[in-house]
Design a protein around this ligand. Sequence first.
Ligand SMILES: O=C(O)CCC(=O)C(=O)O
Ligand SMILES: [Fe+2]
Length: 225
Amino acid sequence: MTIALTNPDKPSPARARFGIDVGARLDAMPGVKRAKIDTAQVYYMADFVTDEECHGLCFLIDKGRRPSTLLSETQDSEFRTSESCDLHRYTPQVRRIDERIADLLGIPHAHGETMQGQRYAPGQQFRAHYDHFRSDMPYWPRMEAEGGQRTWTAMIYLSDVEEGGTTWFPQAGIRIPPRKRLLLAWNNMAADGSPNPFTLHEGTAVTKGTKYVITKWFREGHWLR
Ligand SMILES: O=C(O)CCC(=O)C(=O)O
Ligand SMILES: [Fe+2]
């Protein structure tokens, strides 16, 4: 029997390393705070971007937005009702933020997927899900070829939202209300490099206002080739 080196469901020393190295870097970074939970590595930093940068990214999201999609099928048409937009890394204003995120985490740029923008109007949401992959899903062969399992996720809130739109981790027991310019980052893997069930998270429905965020997912291998 051969076991793929990147088996996404099992412990992995290489993925465990990302937890140790990125965690140590964020622990030492001025202005970065760790959420006070032991079950997952969740960090945040206020004012990671400027108002002008938020404005510029919201403009790009509005220009390119289309209905958000899901990697795995669901019967629930309300599961992810937001709109999304790919933000290409060589667009100068995207590149600046993209490199700032990779530099903060200390993960080489090539591990990062294309940055995505998300827009939620009132009533729109992204129900509880994991960002990490499973090998028993039809999408896995493609994801395996594109850098394997996801490790860290970074998000930046680009707007203040009047009501709703909290990012909720029901298993870890934390809620992050959207705050303009704030960066949120978490490790989707547990200490042993296997998927961490405590990273289940939900973008709860916006009830008033509009929520704009960017999401940046990092792979264990090179996504860019
Ligand atoms: O909008 C949020 O608060 C969460 C977004 C999210 O989980 C994702 O895009 O994967
Ligand atoms: Fe997510």
